[in-house]
Design a protein around this ligand. Structure first.
Ligand SMILES: NC(=O)c1ccc[n+]([C@@H]2O[C@H](COP(=O)([O-])OP(=O)(O)OC[C@H]3O[C@@H](n4cnc5c(N)ncnc54)[C@H](O)[C@@H]3O)[C@@H](O)[C@H]2O)c1
Length: 244
């Protein structure tokens, strides 16, 4: 049993992939959900499948708009108990070819937006004297990966930032943790070459790519009171491909 019924949850990027799996888990737990996405078509589809959740369009790259709109989303939901920062992008390139825009877009969406959604949510959580924030990082944020200097920097940044905020707000009964997925079968990884996937799986002791639901179950654990003594931690969900 957990305590997620009627809890107010904000999920970024809940329209597809891992975010959609997370959204479904909270939905099954009867939580009150607001999700943010950037793609109107995906958001419209979501409205049909989940008619009673709040769906907001916002490009998280636009930090000024985020800082204007996000507090309004919290008001719309009547506060926020749980924040899941899931939205993220890749813009891979080798370092010498990487354009300023590729570096900046990834840092803005994957790291800067996460800081500001945390900042706004923590204000509301302090008022409610409770809160749980789960930030989605990545295995490559721990190992590094050629062609992903921007992405790995953003994901490693999330881990350190989460620890700092966890130390700042533990006394206010607000917990912050990360989930670090390995390779999960979603749109983000669908374009990887088949030969690469076969090689990849050889290095995964559990012998398969992960599924969205593998991540979602870990998010539910960190969101609920079953993890009430855990903060500043990262749970690795990667089939054993990396053990910290
Ligand atoms: N798939 C993997 O193997 C894997 C591995 C490790 C970590 N992750 C992380 O998990 C998270 C989800 O990944 P996924 O595979 O489901 O990706 P995905 O591309 O399938 O979905 C990403 C989601 O983020 C949203 N999003 C992207 N840019 C946005 C923006 N500018 N504004 C608002 N929303 C935006 C999209 O609308 C979408 O809902 C990401 O943070 C990713 O870095 C994924």
């Amino acid at each position: 049993m957990n305590d997620l019924k009627n809890k107010k949850v904000i999920i970024t990027g809940g329209t597809r992939g891992i975010g959609l799996s997370i959204l479904k888990e909270f939905y099954e737990n009867n939580s009150e959900i607001l999700t943010i996405g950037s793609n109107l078509n995906n958001l419209d589809k979501l409205k049909i499948d989940f008619p009673n959740i709040h769906i907001q369009q916002l490009d998280l790259k636009n930090l000024e708009k985020l800082n204007n709109e996000f507090p309004k989303f919290i008001d719309k939901l009547g506060g926020v108990d749980i924040l899941v920062n899931n939205a993220g992008i890749t813009r891979d390139n080798l370092t010498l070819r990487m354009k300023q825009e590729e570096w900046k877009d990834v840092i803005d969406i994957n790291l800067n937006s996460v800081f500001f959604t945390c900042q706004h949510s923590i204000k509301s959580m302090i008022r409610n004297k409770t809160g749980s924030i789960i930030n989605i990082t990545s295995v490559v944020g721990h190992t590094g990966n050629p062609g992903q200097a921007n992405y790995t920097a953003s994901k490693a940044g999330i881990v350190a930032m989460t620890k700092s905020l966890a130390r700042e707000y533990a006394k206010k009964n607000i917990r912050l943790n990360c989930i670090s997925p390995g390779f999960i079968d979603t749109d983000m990884t669908k374009d990887l070459k088949e030969e690469y996937k076969i090689e990849l799986i050889k290095n995964i002791p559990i012998n398969r790519l992960g599924k969205g639901v593998d991540i979602a179950k870990a998010v539910i654990f960190l969101a609920s009171n079953n993890s009430s003594y855990i903060t500043g931690e990262t749970i690795h969900v990667n089939g054993g491909m990396y053990m910290s």
